[in-house]
Design a binder for this molecule. Structure first.
Ligand SMILES: [Zn+2]
Length: 319
C-alpha cells in the first residue's frame, strides 16, 4: 500500500480546514467546517472530528501516513496542546492526542499558524530557495515564522518568529499581549484603520473602514491614509531589521490582508528598511509579497507532516 499522502488541518478562529495533500503540495481532497469558537472545548473538537471524518470517507484516506496541524496560537508543540486566543474553550487543549485518536493513531505534527505559512512559502512560495527567511502574516494580527539554515525553525514550542509581539516603540500603546509598542499594535489592519480614523480620514459612501479601504485612499494620495501606512511600514521595518540583524535573514515575505495593499505598503516599507537595516550584512535584505494564497496554512501543515517539525520537504519535490 502506498502511503504517499498526508492529512493537513488548518485551524483558525473562523474555520477549520482539512485536506489530503500529496508530496508535491497538491490538495487532492478538502473538507471544512466553521469553528464554533465560542463553544466549549469538546464542541470545537467535534468540528475538527467532523472534518477528519469527512476526509476518511475518501478512497485516498488509506494512503495518508501522517497528520500536520497548523493552529492559531499560542501552541505548545512540545506538549501537544493549543490555546488559541480566539477560541476560549481551548486552553492547554490536548489537540495532538485527540487528533491522533480521531485518525486511528497516525503520527501528528503540530505547528503554529505563522510557522505553517512560513513552511508553505519556503516550500512553494516567495521564500523558495532562500535558506534564511522571515515570513509574516499581517492582517487582523501580525504573525510570522522563520527559516534558518534552510530549515523551518519552529522553536521548542512551535512559536518562534512571533514578530508581531516584538516591541518597536518602548513607551508605546499597551498591547493585548501585556507588552507595549508591539509591531502588531501599530501595523495590523485594525490598527492601520484606527489610526487613519483618528487622524481624520473618513470612509467613502460604502462606509468601509477596513485597512483595504485605507490602502485604496492611500493610493489616491489621501495624506492621512498615506501616513497611517507609513507608520505601519516603519513598525514592520524595525521588526524585520531587528530580526535580520539577529539571525541574518535575506528575505522577508509579507502576506495577509495588509500584505495585499501593494505599493501603499511596500514603497514606504522599503524606504523605512533602509533607515533601520543599516549594517553591511543586512543591507541586501529584500521584502516581497507572499505568493501562497488561502491554502498556505494547509500546504504548510502538510509540509510539517511530510518533513517533520524541524524541516520541510526538499525543495526539489515541489517541481
Ligand atoms: Zn504585543
Amino acid at each position: 500500500m502506498h502511503t504517499d499522502l498526508v492529512a493537513a488541518l488548518d485551524i483558525g478562529g473562523t474555520k477549520i480546514a482539512g485536506a489530503l495533500v500529496d508530496g508535491h503540495g497538491r490538495i487532492l481532497v478538502r473538507a471544512q467546517r466553521a469553528t464554533p469558537a465560542q463553544e466549549d472545548g469538546d464542541t470545537v473538537m467535534g468540528a475538527v472530528a467532523d472534518v477528519i471524518a469527512e476526509l476518511t470517507l475518501s478512497p485516498l484516506w488509506c494512503r495518508a501516513r501522517a497528520v500536520g496541524i497548523g493552529s492559531a496560537g499560542p501552541v505548545d508543540a512540545s506538549a501537544g496542546t493549543v490555546s488559541p486566543v480566539n477560541v476560549p474553550g481551548w486552553r492547554g487543549y490536548p489537540l495532538v492526542e485527540r487528533v491522533r485518536a480521531a485518525t486511528g493513531g497516525l503520527p501528528v505534527e503540530l505547528i503554529g499558524d505563522g510557522v505553517a505559512i512560513t513552511a508553505a512559502e519556503h516550500w512553494q512560495g516567495a521564500a523558495r530557495g532562500h535558506d534564511n527567511a522571515l515570513c509574516m502574516v499581517v492582517s487582523t494580527g501580525v504573525g510570522g515564522g522563520l527559516v534558518l539554515g534552510g530549515r523551518l525553525h519552529p522553536g521548542p514550542t512551535g512559536n518562534a518568529g512571533h514578530i508581531g509581539h516584538i516591541s518597536v516603540d518602548l513607551d508605546g500603546d499597551p498591547c493585548p499581549c501585556g507588552s507595549r509598542g508591539c509591531v502588531e499594535r501599530i501595523a495590523s489592519g485594525p490598527n492601520i484603520a484606527r489610526r487613519a480614523l483618528e487622524g481624520g480620514w473618513r470612509p467613502g459612501p460604502d462606509g468601509d473602514t477596513s485597512a483595504a479601504a485605507v490602502a485604496a485612499a492611500a493610493r489616491q494620495g489621501d495624506p492621512v491614509a498615506v501616513a497611517s501606512f507609513e507608520r505601519a511600514a516603519q513598525a514592520l521595518a524595525a521588526g524585520i531589521a531587528a530580526t535580520a540583524t539577529l539571525v541574518e535573514i535575506d528575505i522577508a515575505v509579507i502576506g495577509g490582508g495588509v500584505g495585499k495593499a501593494g505599493e501603499a505598503l511596500f514603497t514606504p516599507l522599503r524606504r523605512a528598511l533602509s533607515d533601520y537595516a543599516t549594517l553591511s550584512f543586512v543591507r541586501g535584505l529584500t521584502v516581497a509579497p507572499a505568493l501562497m494564497g488561502t491554502d498556505a496554512g494547509l500546504v504548510g501543515a502538510a509540509a510539517a507532516a511530510l518533513g517533520g517539525r524541524n524541516s520541510v520537504p526538499a525543495a526539489g519535490v515541489a517541481t
